[in-house]
Design a protein around this ligand. Structure first.
Ligand SMILES: C[S@@+](CC[C@H](N)C(=O)[O-])C[C@H]1O[C@@H](n2cnc3c(N)ncnc32)[C@H](O)[C@@H]1O
Length: 266
């Protein structure tokens, strides 16, 4: 079968079909485009059919490829970690603007936020916690591959950093409400990375409540959240006596990150 025929007959999104075919052929997208009339080797054709079957069942392309780009870094991903989302890059931008000497990333998953921060702020001490051991192993592999030194700790939110304080705490925690209809489109990703109680705010409540004991005076807490959660999240920050509370929109204009500053001077 020719490249052109394989793509036309794939019966999935054409862009995704090109990505998957290039992967099994070992081509770049440009070489694939230039090879439209080439015959596909038998093994590659079989592998392509296998990937198409999985994609038609809903497996995300990032899991099929085993990688996803985030903040210019190529990260290994697998079903134990959430696939890093482009909107989370806002959290990294806001964190880097603050030039903190030390950062704690809660619920690091693939390590996306912690690794992007370390890559762009080499002198910053970056610590990251994660409750899921398989996810933590993936984050550690990513750090090793990228040669970035992160202090990874296993455990729930602040448990692994008892008695320690940081200039900045960041997190993209689970924030989808139980029973949210969008969850059916996310069924291949770990539910523990997505769902946070009846209103989606259980993890954010825990993190805001615990952050004060782990921030240096004047330190910032920055949290990603979902569409329509910004008012409730700002109220949680306010109840916990944070100052300079603000919400920032992502590139789609959706209020995506809320932050606040602990009283005191840095
Ligand atoms: C939405 S994912 C974010 C992953 C990654 N930070 C990112 O932005 O792509 C949330 C992560 O928090 C982890 N998590 C959930 N509950 C946790 C807890 N109590 N303590 C630590 N990590 C937790 C999940 O396993 C998951 O990896």
């Amino acid at each position: 079968m020719k490249v052109r025929e394989a793509i036309a007959g794939a019966a999935i999104d054409l862009r995704e079909a090109r990505i998957l075919l290039a992967e099994v052929c070992g081509f770049s997208q440009a070489s694939l485009a230039a090879s439209a009339d080439e015959e596909i080797p038998f093994e590659a054709e079989n592998a392509f059919r296998g990937l198409l079957e999985k994609r038609k069942k809903g497996v995300p392309v990032a899991y099929l490829l085993g990688r996803k780009e985030f903040y210019g870094l190529e990260l290994a991903v697998n079903p134990s970690v959430l696939i890093p989302r482009p909107e989370t890059e806002l959290l990294v931008d806001l964190a880097l603007e603050r030039k903190p000497p030390s950062v704690l990333d809660l619920g690091t998953g693939s390590g996306a936020i912690a690794l992007a921060l370390k890559c762009h702020a080499k002198k910053t001490r970056v610590t990251a916690t994660e409750a899921d051991l398989s996810a933590l192993a993936t984050a550690r592999r990513n750090a090793t591959k990228l040669n970035l030194g992160i202090d990874f700790r296993h455990g729930r939110w602040f448990e692994p950093v008892a008695g320690e304080r940081f200039e900045l705490i960041v997190s993209n925690p689970p924030y989808v409400a139980e029973g949210d209809p969008h969850l059916k489109d996310l069924s291949f990703e770990p539910q523990a990375a997505l769902v946070a109680g009846p209103d989606g705010l259980d993890c954010i409540r825990d993190i805001v409540a615990g952050a004060g004991a782990h921030l240096s005076p004047g330190g910032w807490l920055l949290l990603e959240h979902g569409l329509g959660q910004e008012r409730a999240v700002r109220a949680l920050f306010s109840d916990a006596a944070f100052a300079s509370i603000a919400t920032w929109p992502d590139l789609a204009g959706i209020p995506r990150v809320t932050g606040g500053r602990l009283h005191g001077k840095r």
